[in-house]
Design a protein around this ligand. Structure first.
Ligand SMILES: [Zn+2]
Length: 140
């Protein structure tokens, strides 16, 4: 069973990007509509978003309980849980690296070669400062 998400096809993406996931919303270029590997890559980011949201919500709930907060505080913090994956991806390069290595490993199960995945992971788009050789080692 797939987690709820929405895929839209659009060319309104940054240059050099075939797809992007923002929470449960996936944007994919129409030219990649039948690319099962790309869909799997982006869906992995959707799964990461759900996992980070749930884990952050649980952590916040525990903190509120331990600190003696009220339910209103927890509700006020819910948006933070939903933004945790996106914020970590944007601001924390090690998290972004983990997320992309995880997603490219999934995409490789659909036929993407290790060498091509390494070149893509080393792309400046991700801002990870990787060489293809280092990216290749991380993807093994
Ligand atoms: Zn990705």
């Amino acid at each position: 069973m797939k987690l709820p998400h929405l895929v839209i096809y659009t060319d309104r993406l940054p240059g050099g990007v075939a797809g992007a996931a923002n929470g449960p919303l996936v944007r994919t270029r129409p030219a990649y509509r039948s690319d099962a590997g790309l869909h799997a890559h982006e869906y992995r980011h959707v799964q990461q978003w759900y996992l980070a949201s749930v884990m952050t919500a649980l952590l916040l709930a525990v903190l509120v309980l331990v600190c003696g907060g009220v339910q209103g505080t927890l509700l006020a913090l819910c948006p933070a849980a939903l933004a945790s994956h996106s914020l970590a991806y944007l601001l924390w390069p090690r998290y972004r690296l983990w997320a992309e290595v995880d997603a490219y490993r999934v995409q490789m199960r659909y036929g993407l070669s290790l060498d091509v995945a390494a070149v893509r992971l080393a792309s400046p788009v991700y801002g990870l400062g990787l060489t293809p050789a280092r990216a290749r080692a991380l993807l093994l």
